[in-house]
Design a protein around this ligand. Structure first.
Ligand SMILES: C[S@@+](CC[C@H](N)C(=O)[O-])C[C@H]1O[C@@H](n2cnc3c(N)ncnc32)[C@H](O)[C@@H]1O
Length: 343
């Protein structure tokens, strides 16, 4: 009989891994990484600075050593590793808000995957009684964490997107559902001749001005709030939707494309920046990342990450012709399209 102990160990490592996001989220929320910004500190010192229970915090710190977030020195003080440093608030490449958002704000939604699969509804809707982005409307703390989390993830890929696609051809660029404007800011930063329109719901655009200011592009950017199910600003040469349509099922995504199509002039282009799911999944790290993203969409939005064929079907059925599909290495895929009448 084959020895299944190695398989059991591999499986249990996955099953039992839920402590890690919670440990990371707890450390980030307590501000431990920021308290370690200037060097190592003891558990007692960190506990008194963060208001934590010393013995319990000490155990958390020791646990974080095992996943390469902290190191413990010979005197029992703890310091950040380079990876742990990315849990600090204001460092280049920070993923602090994403860590807190995943571990705190959407943890309950992941726990409802079974119900989501059984019903086709999102875990978010089942948990909160309303789905999509509704839970952000009256919860400024959750909205700020989500918008910062999205900006963090987008920051990690924005340079590659800006380098991998020629935005400079378009004098006026609208970022629809652009959040805090992280991608638009990077595009305008790299293309001083371009102007931008940032469009999103009030929960996002309310704080976007300060964000674009920090990025040095505020004066070239108009900020407009509204819903892309109703109307989006006209007059742009390029309409960018990054990580927007993946939040919606085909019916709702087609409605968004219809609104954007109505705003587009005859020479305007549409650019989707999205993930492409493979036709067939394999047990590979890249596919695992895509599977995580797809399951995230399932529990949060009852919406799918799409294959190239599904993107083509969605766009074709919504009155757009795909012009180019450009992989952005390590980031996403840029899908350029034009309204059929303009093709
Ligand atoms: C996954 S986030 C992507 C944010 C940004 N494009 C990025 O990639 O960093 C989806 C965005 O769509 C926005 N959104 C959701 N519903 C919207 C609506 N009805 N009208 C305008 N924006 C909306 C959300 O507020 C959010 O900023």
């Amino acid at each position: 009989m084959p020895d299944s102990r190695a398989d059991a160990a591999r499986l249990l490592e996955i099953v039992n891994s839920a402590w890690m996001p919670q440990a990371l989220r707890t450390a980030a929320e307590l501000g431990v990484p920021d308290l370690l910004a200037d060097g190592s500190r003891t558990a007692a010192d960190l506990a008194s600075a963060s208001g934590a229970h010393t013995a319990s915090l000490h155990r958390l710190l020791r646990a974080l050593v095992t996943i390469d977030v902290l190191v413990e020195d010979d005197d029992g003080a703890f310091a950040l590793t380079p990876m742990g440093g990315l849990l600090r608030a204001d460092v280049d490449g920070t993923v602090r808000a994403w860590t807190i958002y995943q571990g705190r704000d959407v943890w309950d939604e992941w726990g409802l995957m079974r119900e989501a699969i059984l019903t086709g509804r999102s875990g978010r809707e089942i948990a909160h009684g309303e789905g999509g982005f509704e839970p952000l409307r009256d919860d400024p703390r959750r909205a700020a964490t989500f918008n910062s989390a999205m900006a963090e993830l987008t920051r990690l890929s924005a340079r590659a997107v800006v380098a991998g696609w020629d935005f400079g051809r378009y004098p006026r660029i609208a970022d629809i559902g652009g959040g805090y404007g992280e991608l638009l800011g990077a595009v305008l930063g790299a293309n001083p001749g371009c102007r931008g329109i940032l469009f999103d719901l009030p929960h996002a655009v309310e704080a976007a001005g300060g964000h674009l200011d920090k990025m040095g592009v505020r004066e070239r950017c108009e900020i407009v709030d509204g819903s892309f199910f109703e109307e989006v600003p006209g007059g742009a040469d390029l309409y960018v939707l990054k990580s927007v349509l993946h939040d919606w099922d085909d019916g709702r995504a087609a409605e968004i494309l219809a609104t954007v199509g109505r705003a587009m002039g005859p020479d305007a282009r549409l650019l989707l920046v999205e993930r492409l799911m493979p036709e067939r999944m394999q047990a590979r790290p890249e596919h695992r990342l895509l599977a995580r993203a797809d399951m995230n969409m399932l529990v949060a939005h009852a919406a799918p990450e799409r294959t190239e064929r599904q993107w083509r079907d969605l766009l074709g059925g919504s009155g757009f012709d795909v012009v180019t599909i450009t992989p952005i290495p390590g980031a996403a895929t840029a899908i350029e399209a034009v309204p059929v009448s303009a093709g």
